[in-house]
Ligand binder design. Sequence first.
Ligand code: ADP
Length: 481
Amino acid sequence: MNILFAVSEAFPLAKTGGLGDVGGSLPAALKEQNIDVRVIMPRYSSIPVYLQEQIEYVATFKVELSWRKIQCNLCRLHYNDVYYYLIENENFFNREKLYDYWDDAERFAFFSKAVLESLTKLGDFQPDIIHCNDWHTALIPLIMKENYGNNPFYFDIKTLFTIHNLKHQGVFPAEVFEDVLGLGGHVSAWEKLEFHGGINYMKAALLSADYITTVSQTYADEIIHPYFGEQLDGVLRARIDNLCGILNGLDTQKYNPQDDPNLVVNYRSSLCKKEENKKHLQELLSLPVRTDLPIIAMISRLVDQKGLDLVAHVLEEILSMDLQLVVLGTGDKKYEEMFEHFAAKYPHKVAIQLVFNEALAHKIYAGSDILLMPSQFEPCGLAQMIAMRYGAIPIVRETGGLKDSVDPYNEYTGEGNGFTFANYNAHELLFTIQRAVRFFYDDKVAWKGLAENARKSDFSWAKSAKKYGELYQSLTQAGEY
Ligand code: ADP
């Protein structure tokens, strides 16, 4: 079975968040299920130099964006036993960042169309399924039906669309339909794309793909309701028979405290060795070196989704406890300024790094005791899983993948791998932090047990990769999943 995995980021080529982790680790896990998976993504100029040097040229062709025919190079990289096909166009992908440009509608329409054009140029590889991920690739199922419907090469290719975050849909003005996509006159395409007078790439995928998955079962159950549905809950309800959730896994080699090169001391379960990382982190961030108090960490995009308004509401109370807070993240100005304010007010308690820094993230997972993730919604979430691998206890809200990966601690049975709260309420968050901090100070045996439960939780890809394998199989056999 041949799968072409279309995605906008894959670590270590490019990563801005969890999607990059998945793009970098799921294909490798699928290969272990004997599936021939190849990744296709843009060739960003930010791909690290040591990888750029290994990229080889494959083909050149034209991609049509309405009346324009734009030149595109197809390149290839073989890394970690996975083939990456790279769509190259200087104008679109030679930029400082991956996203958030005025012409994103055009950039990712170009990418999606280039993916379809490249299918006949992949040499000996002919995909049975194109596995598309998030809005950047959401045009692929629609355009394949609209523009390649009469081409026998494409007849049997199935499409799977995975929602990593329903919040980001690729919504653009109606003019894009004709001026960029060149779909003027395609009535059925307009019906699938139309969204409050404009167009919505993700909506088109939800209505065109053969099957839809999202990244946890709880999120799959949530997004069919208006609160989580981001105005597409009706569309999702219409496709409920072709929708399921498959929990993301982790690259357990990359996130392994036993041989993580970013740590000062590697460890497995030793709390003493973990403490060495804690001291190092405190020194690094100019916090008082004290191993007796808990470090609470947030490693996150600083956006509403991550529950930061709850944190803002009770941050004074949180900081009145004897603890340190470490924040690594970038995002909305209002949250960056909030943390800057508290770091200035409590320099001995709060350390912030408003940057994206992979190595520092690893040091923080290893050096902290608690990871805070009170998300408003969370399709899967990887930070809580990574934290647990490093023996940091997650405090999460019970939503999406957080609910599916964190079992609330039960002090009577000793079961559970973290602390959870149900409602989107700042005081529930505060009480849960207070409870966790109490265990940290007053019950070292319980804390050790919790850390052990967290460490032993299985977040490898094996189970989920098997589920994807079964789904691919049923799709190619056109059966029911
Ligand atoms: P999301 O995909 O919504 O951003 P996830 O929890 O699924 O959230 O994944 C976030 C990933 O990005 C994790 O690997 C986390 O460690 C990493 N990350 C988030 N912010 C930063 C940052 N500022 N620096 C380094 N890594 C970060």
